[in-house]
Design a protein around this ligand. Structure first.
Ligand SMILES: C[S@@+](CC[C@H](N)C(=O)[O-])C[C@H]1O[C@@H](n2cnc3c(N)ncnc32)[C@H](O)[C@@H]1O
Length: 277
C-alpha cells in the first residue's frame, strides 16, 4: 500500500543517482546525519545481535558504529545507490556484506536479522508500508527495527521563504508523523518508542545552505520542482524572505526528526489485533 507520498517523491533512479554522485562529499557535509544517527544508536536496546542490517547505509556511518559495538556480529550494509556503497566499502564501513538493493524489496531470507537499523533513509521510500513489512519479515522473533526519518515541517524556513515568491515546489516533501505511526501500527510489531525532535543547523548564507543540501544529496528532487533558471528578481525576493529569519548563529534550517523503535514479539499471536500484512 503506497501512501500519498508516492506521487510526489522523486523517481528511485534519480534518488540513487543523486546519492551516488553525492558520495564523495557526503561525509564532509553530513553534520545533521551524524547527530541523528548518534541519537538513534544511543537509543538501541541493549542486546547483542548475531546479524544486523544497516538499511540505506549511505557512506556507512551507522555500519561502522554497529561493527565497533558488535565485533562478533555479521553486518550487512544495504543501499539503493551503488556509489554510496562503493564509498562505504573503500572507507571500511565495517560490514561483512555490501548490497545494492531497494528497502521496499529486500533480497533477504525471512527471519535472518536481529537488528534492522535505518537512519534518514525512509523519507526517500515511496512505499513506507512495504519497507516496514519487509523489515518485519526479515526480523527474528525478539528482533528490533530502529529508524529515524524526517517528517513534515522539515526545512520549513526554506519552504516559507519560497512561498513568498511563488507556489512552485522548491523543497522536498515529507510525511506526517501520523503516517509513520499508522505504518508502524500496521506491522503488528510492538512500538517501543515513536517521537519527533527538532534539530536545527545554522548557515552563514544561502549559498552555504544550498551547497549543504546538494552535498548530502537532499537538494530538491520532488516532482513539480521548478525547471530551468530561477529569475534574478525571484531569487532576490527569496533571499530577502530567508534573511528576515536570520538568527545570531546564522540562517536557520530546521529538520523535524522522527525516531521509531519496534520489536518483533517472541510469541506467536502477540499483537494479533494489529493489522498484519
Ligand atoms: C541521507 S542518506 C543517509 C545515509 C546513512 N544512513 C547516514 O545516516 O549517513 C539516505 C540514504 O538512503 C538511501 N536510499 C534511498 N532510498 C532507498 C531505498 N529505496 N532503498 C535503499 N536505500 C535507499 C540513499 O541512497 C542514501 O544513501
Amino acid at each position: 500500500m503506497q501512501d500519498a507520498m508516492a506521487d510526489v517523491l522523486p523517481d528511485k533512479r534519480q534518488v540513487a543517482l543523486s546519492f551516488s554522485r553525492a558520495a564523495a562529499q557526503y561525509d564532509g557535509a553530513a553534520l545533521l546525519q551524524r547527530q541523528v544517527a548518534d541519537r538513534l544508536l544511543g537509543r538501541l536496546p541493549l542486546q547483542d545481535p548475531q546479524r544486523w542490517l544497516d538499511l540505506g547505509s549511505g557512506t556507512g556511518y551507522c555500519s561502522r558504529a554497529l561493527a565497533r559495538r558488535h565485533p562478533q556480529a555479521e553486518g550487512l550494509a544495504l543501499d539503493l545507490a551503488p556509489g554510496m556503497l562503493r564509498h562505504a566499502r573503500t572507507q571500511g564501513a565495517g560490514a561483512r556484506h555490501y548490497l545494492t538493493a531497494d528497502a521496499e524489496r529486500l533480497p533477504l531470507r525471512d527471519a535472518c536479522c536481529d537488528l534492522v537499523l535505518s537512519s534518514l533513509a525512509l523519507q526517500w521510500c515511496p512505499d513506507l508500508h512495504a519497507v516496514l513489512a519487509e523489515a518485519r519479515r526479515i526480523l527474528r522473533p525478539g528482533g528490533v527495527l530502529a529508524f529515524s526519518s524526517l517528517v513534515e515541517g522539515t526545512l520549513a524556513e526554506l519552504r516559507q521563504s519560497w512561498a513568498q515568491v511563488d507556489d512552485q515546489v522548491h523543497v522536498n516533501r515529507f510525511r506526517r508523523q501520523a503516517a509513520y505511526a499508522d505504518a508502524a501500527a500496521a506491522t503488528g510489531l510492538q512500538v517501543l518508542a515513536l517521537d519527533v525532535e527538532p534539530e536545527r543547523l545554522h548557515f552563514p548564507d544561502l549559498r552555504a545552505l544550498t551547497q549543504h543540501l546538494k552535498a548530502i544529496g537532499a537538494h530538491n528532487l520532488n516532482q513539480g520542482r521548478p525547471q530551468g533558471l530561477t529569475g534574478r528578481q525571484r531569487l532576490a525576493a527569496f533571499t530577502r524572505a530567508y534573511e528576515s529569519l536570520r538568527q545570531p548563529a546564522g540562517l536557520p534550517a530546521t529538520y523535524q526528526v522522527i525516531h521509531v523503535l519496534l520489536r518483533k514479539s517472541l510469541f506467536k499471536g502477540c499483537c494479533a489485533s494489529a493489522k498484519r500484512r
